[in-house]
Write a new protein. Structure first.
Length: 273
């Protein structure tokens, strides 16, 4: 079987399948003599988890653009099969409005088996693949066929596990990934959090393996950059609409828009920390 097809089959397998390369990598970490069993955290991670209630259905039940902005600063939590938790702060999103949006998988209101999650209740995960191998994670919102793509996370807890999960998905041994490289892209964050096709149609308010909790010090409107989406090709006016949102000044964002940031600076907006 060709390498890409073989890896795709492994990535699409249920989480309990021990052939899943990312989970195999974590099992090796657990059995490494002298390894520190405690998750490694970012030095900036000061969230008190016991005081962070899970985000509920009313949070996700927002219009698509509002939800894309509201996600910024919130925390995505992934519980691995071995019980460890990975935490990441959402720092970049894209809104896909469905229907009239020429860049959306649900353009024209077309519902298929592939995009069914986009038409489910707000807070439902929609997983799709790019290049036939890499996964991207979206969350449904208000609006027929509307969903928000999670583009980048700031890793907070479980960074060593994220590195192992990323390494398991890479073609050849490479240098150790820096913190800012772990989740700075939609497929990268899925790799780092061990998220694959098996998560499609899961409910973020009900699932035991993935959920969100409120962040602290959420950004104000002046801290959010609104610019064009990435990699949507020739979609006419929709390629130019400012439907990508990110935290200005955050080094974990995948792609910054220096022109827009200069314009914001000229208007007297200071970047967020």
């Amino acid at each position: 079987m060709p390498r890409k097809r073989k890896l795709l089959a492994q990535l699409s397998a249920p989480q309990s399948n021990t052939s899943f390369p990312q989970i195999d990598a974590l099992e090796k970490l657990n059995t490494t003599p002298g390894a520190d069993p405690s998750p490694k955290s970012s030095k900036y991670f000061v969230i008190e988890k016991n005081n962070s209630p899970q985000l509920q259905a009313d949070f996700f039940n927002q219009p698509c653009v509002n939800l894309a902005k509201s996600f910024l600063g919130q925390i995505l939590v992934r519980k691995l099969p071995d019980g460890r938790e990975l935490w990441g702060r959402i720092v970049e999103t894209e809104a896909y409005l469905g229907g009239e949006d020429e860049a959306s998988h649900s353009k024209g209101g077309k519902q298929t088996q592939r995009n069914a999650a986009m038409f489910m209740k707000p807070g439902t995960l929609y997983m799709y693949q790019i290049y036939g191998i890499y996964f991207c994670m979206n969350v449904s919102s208000q609006g027929e066929g509307a969903a928000v793509l999670l583009r980048s996370l700031e890793p907070l807890q479980g960074l060593d596990a994220m590195r192992e999960l990323r390494r398991a998905c890479r073609k050849a041994p490479t240098k150790l990934l820096k913190d800012w490289q772990l989740c700075n892209g939609p497929s990268k964050l899925c790799q780092a959090f061990g998220i694959n096709k098996a998560f499609d149609q899961r409910d973020l308010t009900q699932d035991a393996a993935i959920w969100m909790v409120p962040g602290q010090d959420l950004p104000g409107e002046q801290d959010v950059v609104a610019t064009t989406r990435i990699g949507i090709g020739n979609r006419g006016e929709w390629a130019q609409k400012p439907l990508r949102f990110y935290l200005r000044g955050n080094k974990f964002v995948s792609v910054v828009d220096k022109k827009i940031e200069r314009e914001m600076a000229a208007r007297g907006h200071s970047p967020c920390s």
